[in-house]
Design a protein around this ligand. Structure first.
Ligand code: SF4
Length: 451
């Protein structure tokens, strides 16, 4: 059978599957997990340990049509200023419950548009964080940068706050594609932002681009990737555009008849992948590419790659605390998610407790399945040695699960005494194979297409 037909038969072009940035996935979270769980789990963080922190800024000056992020449009800084005060209160609350001596291995500011913050606000926010948990000596501090919303003063403020990595949103450089997705951003603006950041000694640059956008074809995506490569990004995330207008209403501005068919999406990904490969980038998991010197590429070579809500990471911390509306935290005991609406989030913080609206307490074989799925998503393989070292006594159960997967996915995977490996030709199926190990009911969860 032709390879495309094989991939089609296994559901690549019609399955809706999670991206597995967590297991269980966020649609499985329930309101039975609340702020008391978050407080208890924060208090249980080992004194003197390293944790990660995510700060969410859900405001944008422009609302791009393709974007499914929960974010509020604003033309003034006043709602941002008021939100910032609530976020600082939440940071102080975290500081009251966090044991002594905790430092940060990673900090990420995302959104929305964190670079909407003025230089003064950037300083205020970073001072509040440092007061409760300073950055560890080897910490990485990354910030999502909108090239339309950055200037020298804000770059300097971020550099003073300790930013080490900038993550630039690009999506696509083609003018017709940009017009259709409601995000106009000329190449020069992106190039100037990259130069400004490097000029301020931010040595590490990430870029996000999308495949599967309206009017994209192989020539256009190749043109965009080639332009991006002239900026020498250290890492690139190449995400598939998920067209879900029933969940993200702004996307109804995008004509669905201009979207590439699923088979074409695979070709678009492959065109971009080959260009990164020719330029010496290492593929990281299903959708990232990193220059050989980048810490993600080093972690991948050493088998230390992990997956969290920001995608791929080499962060060794077991605790990731998300602050701000809708932010998700992960603890060894489970997940918590803050109230998504800024009003409900602010009300909870003003009442003096975390705004946890839902979450999940790990139970049964959640952690075992989570590790199998993480290993597939990071390394395309599950090692029985790794799994049984982490979960003693699980060997027979895991072997049975791997055998079931090998039967279902046939020559797309290879099973042996040491574990299961996805063959290179089966890699596009990784999320579908990971789904096989997911024990939760997914009906109505509204996930994105597998490619
Ligand atoms: S892509 Fe960025 S700037 Fe555009 S709406 Fe989404 S978060 Fe805001």
């Amino acid at each position: 059978m032709h390879m495309t037909s094989k991939l089609a038969k296994l559901g690549l072009f019609d399955a809706m599957v999670p991206r597995y940035t967590s297991y269980p996935t966020a649609p499985q979270f329930k309101p039975t997990t609340g702020s008391e769980h978050m407080q208890e789990w924060v208090q249980a963080v080992p004194p003197g340990s390293q944790i990660s922190l995510y700060l969410h800024i859900p405001f944008c000056r422009r609302l791009c049509w393709f974007c499914a992020c929960r974010t509020q449009g604003t033309q003034t800084l006043s709602p941002v200023a008021s939100y910032l005060q609530t976020l600082i209160q939440e940071i102080e609350m975290l500081g009251r419950w966090l044991p002594e001596g905790v430092t940060l291995s990673r900090m990420h500011w995302g959104g929305g548009t964190p670079t909407l913050l003025s230089p003064g606000m950037i300083g205020e926010l970073s001072d509040a964080v440092v007061a409760i948990a300073p950055l560890a000596r080897t910490a990485e501090f990354s910030v999502e940068i909108d090239p339309n919303e950055i200037d020298a003063a804000r770059v300097d403020a971020l550099a003073r706050a300790g930013m080490t990595r900038a993550s630039i949103g690009v999506q696509d450089f083609d003018p017709e594609v940009q017009n259709t997705i409601g995000r106009i951003q000329g190449f020069e603006i992106t190039r100037d932002a990259a130069e400004m950041l490097r000029g301020a000694s931010i040595t590490s640059l990430n870029a996000d681009i999308l495949f599967g956008l309206p009017h994209q074809d192989e020539a256009r995506i190749a043109g965009s990737v080639q332009k991006l490569l002239t900026l020498n990004p250290d890492r690139v995330a190449l995400y598939g555009y998920a067209h879900v207008p029933w969940m993200a209403r702004r996307q109804s501005m995008i004509p669905s008849d201009a979207l590439p068919a699923p088979e074409k999406r695979l070709k678009l990904f492959d065109t971009a992948r080959r260009l990164f490969d020719w330029d010496g980038y290492t593929q990281i998991g299903i959708d990232h590419f990193a220059a050989p010197h980048d810490t993600l590429a080093i972690a991948a070579r050493a088998g230390r790659l992990r997956r969290n809500f920001q995608g791929y990471t080499d962060d060794p911390a077991d605790v990731l605390i998300g602050l701000g509306a809708s932010a998700i935290s992960r603890f060894p005991q489970g997940y918590t998610q803050n109230a998504p609406a800024t009003s409900a989030y602010a009300k909870a913080i003003q009442q003096g407790h975390f705004s946890t609206a839902r979450g999940h307490v790990f139970a049964g074989d959640d952690l075992l399945r989570a590790r199998i799925i993480e290993a597939l998503m990071c390394d395309f393989e599950v090692s029985l040695i790794d799994i049984t070292a982490r979960f003693p006594g699980s060997g027979a159960r895991v072997t049975a699960l791997l055998r079931e997967a090998a039967e279902r996915f046939d020559d797309m995977v290879q099973i042996s005494e040491t574990g299961l490996r996805i063959r290179p030709e089966g890699e596009p199926l990784t999320r579908i194979i990971a789904r096989h190990f997911d024990a939760y009911d997914m009906s109505g969860a509204g996930h994105a297409s597998a490619i």
